[in-house]
Ligand binder design. Structure first.
Ligand SMILES: Cc1ncc(C[n+]2csc(CCOP(=O)(O)OP(=O)(O)O)c2C)c(N)n1
Ligand SMILES: [Mg+2]
Length: 337
C-alpha cells in the first residue's frame, strides 16, 4: 500500500504495518499498566510516560542494526521496548526487582541493557548527549559503521550540553543522530516561555548540522525521515538532527497537576493519537481488519499482564549484596549484563 504523506508517498506492506501498529500498542499498554500500578502504590519512584509519543520509538528504532547504539532520557520505556528489551525485564525494573534490566537498581528512569546497546535511561536533562558523543566518537575511531541515536527533549536544547555536543559532533563528523522529541513542554514550562529561538532547525544550522522537522505523531513520517537521516549518517557524512514534533497526553510525571496547559489543547492533540490515526488509515486502505487490530491489542494486554506476574514473582536483591556494583567487583561476564 502506498500512503500519501504531506511531502512524499511512503510504501508500507501489510506485515510492516501490523508490526508498527503492534509496537505502538505494546508501548501504550506497558505504560497504561505502569500508571495503574503506580496509582495502586505497587510501583514507586518517578515515572514519566510517553503515551502519545509512541510513533517515535516504533518508527525509528527498528531501523537500527543490533550494533547501533541508543542513549535515552527518563521518558524511555518506549525506546527500551522497541529496542527489544523484554517487557518482563522492563517491568521487573519498574518494581525494583532483581530480574529487571538494571537489576532493580535503576527503576523507571534508568532502563539499561549493554547487550542491546541501550545505554539508559538518564535522569539528567541533556545528560545523555555527552555520552552519545562518546559512543559515536568511539565507533568513529575504531572504524565501526555504527550509528548512535541520542533521544532528548525540547527542554534539553536549552542546556549547554546540547550546544557543546552539536559542536563536537559536527566538528568531528561523528555518526550521531540527534533525535529531539519536541512535545512542546519541559515539565510545566512551555517551549516559547523558555527559549528565545524555538526553531530547532536554525539551531542545528548554527553548527552546520543538517536537520529535518517531522510529524512525530505519524509513524510512517517518522520512519521515512529517520531512514534518510540514518542513511546520511552511515554514509560517513557526520551528524544529523531530527525534530520529532509530538505531544505527551499524560502529565510530565505522576506528580504533576498539569496547571500549565489547557484541557482543550490536550484534547486537540488526542485527536491526532498516533495509534488511532494509523489504525484508521490502515482500515480505510483495506490493509488490515478490525479483528486483526483487536488481536494486536489483546496480544499487548496479555504480554503486559504476564510481565507484571513475572515482575511480582522476581525477588528483591538481598540486602547483603547492596554494595555490589557500586565499586565494581563484577566478573567480566557479569559486567557484560
Ligand atoms: C540538568 C537538569 N535540570 C533540571 C532537571 C529537572 N527536570 C526534570 S525533567 C525536566 C523537563 C525536561 O523537558 P524536556 O527535555 O522537554 O523532556 P520531556 O520531559 O518533555 O520529555 C526538568 C527541567 C533535571 N532532571 N536535570
Ligand atoms: Mg518536552
Amino acid at each position: 500500500m502506498t500512503i500519501q504523506l504531506s511531502h512524499e508517498p511512503v510504501t508500507v506492506d501489510r506485515d510492516h504495518a501490523l508490526q508498527l501498529l503492534g509496537e505502538m500498542l505494546r508501548i501504550r499498554r506497558f505504560e497504561e499498566t505502569c500508571a495503574e500500578l503506580y496509582m495502586a502504590a505497587r510501583v514507586r519512584g518517578f515515572v514519566h510516560l510517553c503515551i502519545g509519543q509512541e510513533a517515535i520509538s516504533a518508527g525509528l528504532i527498528p531501523l537500527l542494526t543490533p550494533e547501533d547504539r541508543i542513549v535515552s532520557t527518563y521518558r524511555e520505556h518506549g525506546h527500551a521496548l522497541a529496542r527489544g528489551i523484554s517487557a518482563n525485564a522492563c517491568m521487573a525494573e519498574m518494581f525494583g526487582k532483581v530480574d529487571g534490566c538494571s537489576r532493580g537498581r535503576g527503576g523507571s528512569m534508568h532502563l539499561f541493557d549493554a547487550q542491546k546497546r541501550f545505554y539508559g535511561g538518564n535522569a539528567i536533562v541533556g545528560g545523555g548527549l555527552p555520552l552519545a558523543v562518546g559512543t559515536a566518537l568511539a565507533d568513529k575511531l575504531q572504524h565501526e559503521p555504527n550509528v548512535t541515536v541520542c533521544f532528548f527533549g525540547d527542554g534539553a536544547v536549552a542546556e549547554g550540553e546540547f550546544h557543546e555536543c552539536m559542536n563536537l559532533a559536527a566538528l568531528w563528523r561523528l555518526p550521531l543522530l540527534f533525535a529531539c522529541e519536541n512535545n512542546l513542554y519541559a515539565m510545566g514550562t512551555a517551549l516559547e516561555r523558555a527559549q528565545a529561538q524555538t526553531d530547532r532547525l536554525v539551531k542545528a544550522a548554527g553548527y552546520h548540522v543538517p536537520a529535518e522537522s517531522v510529524d512525530g505523531m505519524d509513524v510512517l513520517a517518522v520512519a521515512s525521515a529517520a531512514q534518510r537521516a540514518i542513511d546520511f549518517i552511515r554514509a560517513g557524512n557526520g551528524p544529523y538532527l531530527l525534530e520529532l514534533r509530538t505531544y505527551r497526553f499524560r502529565a510530565h510525571s505522576m506528580y504533576d497537576p498539569e496547571l500549565y496547559r489547557d484541557k482543550q489543547e490536550v484534547e486537540q492533540w488526542k485527536q491526532r493519537d498516533p495509534i488511532d490515526t494509523f489504525a484508521a488509515r490502515l482500515l480505510q486502505a483495506g490493509l488490515v481488519t478490525d479483528a486483526e487490530i483487536e488481536q494486536l491489542r489483546q496480544a499487548a494486554a496479555d504480554e503486559m499482564a504476564a510481565a507484571v506476574a513475572f515482575a511480582e514473582a522476581s525477588p528483591l536483591e538481598p540486602v547483603e549484596q547492596l554494595t555490589r556494583w557500586v565499586y565494581s567487583d563484577a566478573t567480566p561476564e557479569e559486567q557484560e549484563r
